[in-house]
Design a protein. Structure first.
Lengths: 246, 262
């Protein structure tokens, strides 16, 4: 409770400083609007922003689910097969050297201006963090557990299923927490490159028309979506992991 | 006759000389040579002989390589190499005839007690015998906690589950790596009594640094120090010996004196 109050006090102080900067610096609203003006823009355009937010949220969630599934399966495949590991891992690392931003125009070209090019961007941006966090945990099963399994005459597939995957779930959870923050970035980049709807598209449009207050309003909604998603994933993963061990 | 003794009989009918339980086919264990990590010798040269069907305590100071020898016998000594020979007295392979219990209980926190006890079957892709698992749990006094998660158990209860898992494996050779050293004195004494009762007749090699434990449990007591391996004659009474019996205490003192000498 006290932490919440402190956080709230910090936010209020920040807003006051922002408003004071506008008033003292005499900045015109098309350069930097004050928080009051942004709030008015948000209120006046709430339906417009909500419509675009729903599109972006759908892209984020779809990318998140697909990326989590694909990343999870990749990590298991890499952990299960030394062959897959030696063949795919260099490629995986190499692929990370390519800036995802540079791929956005290509994805738009291949997948069109609609929904799926944005989903693909979100997926691409979270795939590596999920795969890497889960894989690292999968190959770090405590050696004593693995030794016990060996003495018991365990089969490798059963060790993976009953021992290594459950033991690595906290690693998958930290990958998913990161993914919840990265996925919105992917979706918005996709929308910047080419879209007819979504918060990224709205921000670009507002910016071009010098409606900086509307741009800020859209940005605030995007930040709220990202934060909610992060806390939701964090809470769900935390509760599942706790239930797993008590 | 238990299941493991029937299985072991099928493998060999030769009864080994020197067994603590004549008629029981639990094999003896032999390991001789040097144990190395890379090119550095960490144990040896030693000639370790564990009599079939006996409870042998391997006593020694920390860092002398007791657990390493145990890991070699269990077949999990990946980081070490043995320059020498290792075999069972009946010359059949040891793989599949060994159960392991360590200082850490190694319970899986996401499985309840019953599922932890039947872990071996699940890892081998076999059907777990739940009836027998419940009997084994009853034997270690945990019948009421079958559905409990490890996190809700005390240290002593957790080691009982580990003992039940070891019993469930039903192997003729049982390797114990300081299984009771993290328990409080009272719990430890009770665990020693229980383990001695339920593991009797199997070939048990227990690594310990506690002279009192070796004095209570060892039918054979081997002392491993930097200068090598030596045998110390335990009291003639059969384990588990009373912790306050004069011959137990005298033997415990003798062991401690030997440990101080080196």
């Amino acid at each position: 409770m006290r932490r919440w109050l402190n956080g709230l006090a910090g936010a209020v102080a920040g807003l006051l400083a922002w408003q004071a900067l506008i008033a003292l610096g005499d900045l015109p609203p098309f350069i930097l609007p004050g928080p009051i003006r942004v709030a008015q823009a948000l209120w006046a355009n709430v339906l417009l922003i909500a419509g675009h937010a729903v599109v972006t949220l759908a892209e984020i969630l779809t990318g998140l689910v697909l990326g989590a599934i694909l990343g999870g399966l990749s990590a298991i495949l890499l952990a299960a097969s030394p062959l897959a590991r030696s063949a795919l891992r260099p490629m995986l690392v190499l692929s990370q050297a390519i800036p995802v931003f540079a791929l956005a125009p290509l994805l738009t070209l291949w997948l069109g201006y609609g929904f799926w090019s944005k989903v693909a961007m979100a997926l691409l941006i979270i795939y590596f963090p999920v795969t890497s966090a889960f894989f690292d945990a999968l190959v770090r099963t405590p050696a004593d557990w693995v030794g016990l399994a060996r003495v018991m005459g365990a089969r490798p597939a059963a060790v993976l299923l009953h021992l290594r995957i459950p033991a690595a779930l906290p690693g998958l959870a930290s990958g998913l927490r990161l993914a919840a923050v990265y996925a919105p970035i992917g979706a918005v980049i996709g929308e910047w490159v080419g879209a007819a709807q979504g918060l990224g598209y709205l921000m670009l449009l507002a910016n071009g028309r010098a409606r900086i207050d509307l741009m800020f309003a859209a940005l605030i909604v995007l930040v709220l979506i990202t934060l909610s998603l992060h806390y939701l994933v964090d809470a769900v993963c935390g509760s599942l992991l706790r239930r797993m061990s008590t | 006759m238990t299941a493991w003794s029937r299985r072991a009989f099928a493998r060999t009918r030769d009864e080994e000389p020197g067994s603590c339980f004549p008629g029981q086919p639990a094999p003896s264990l032999l390991l001789s040579g040097r144990v190395k990590i890379g090119s550095a010798t960490i144990v040896g040269p030693v000639a370790l002989e564990v009599r079939g069907g006996c409870w042998t305590c391997l006593l020694g100071p920390s860092g002398v390589g007791k657990s390493t020898l145990l890991a070699l016998l269990a077949g999990v000594g990946d980081h070490v190499s043995l320059e020498g020979d290792q075999r069972a007295g009946d010359d059949a392979p040891l793989a599949g005839r060994v159960a392991l219990m360590a200082q850490s209980d190694l319970l899986l926190p996401w499985l309840n007690v019953l599922d932890n006890v039947t872990l071996g079957a699940r890892l081998r892709g076999e059907r777990a015998d739940m009836m027998r698992a419940r009997q084994v749990l009853d034997r270690v006094g945990l019948a009421d906690l079958a559905k409990a998660r490890p996190a809700t158990l005390s240290g002593g209860q957790r080691q009982r589950v580990a003992l039940a898992r070891t019993l469930m494996e039903d192997r003729p050779v049982v390797l114990l790596d300081e299984p009771f050293s993290a328990l409080d004195a009272g719990t430890r004494a009770r665990m020693q009594d229980l383990a001695a009762k339920v593991l009797a007749g199997r070939t048990v090699l227990q690594v310990t640094h506690d002279p009192a434990e070796a004095a209570r449990l060892g039918q054979e007591v081997l002392l491993l120090t930097r200068s090598g391996l030596s045998r110390v004659e335990p009291p003639a009474t059969s384990p588990p010996r009373a912790f306050d019996a004069p011959d137990t205490l005298v033997f415990q003192g003798r062991l401690l004196r030997r440990l101080l000498e080196v």
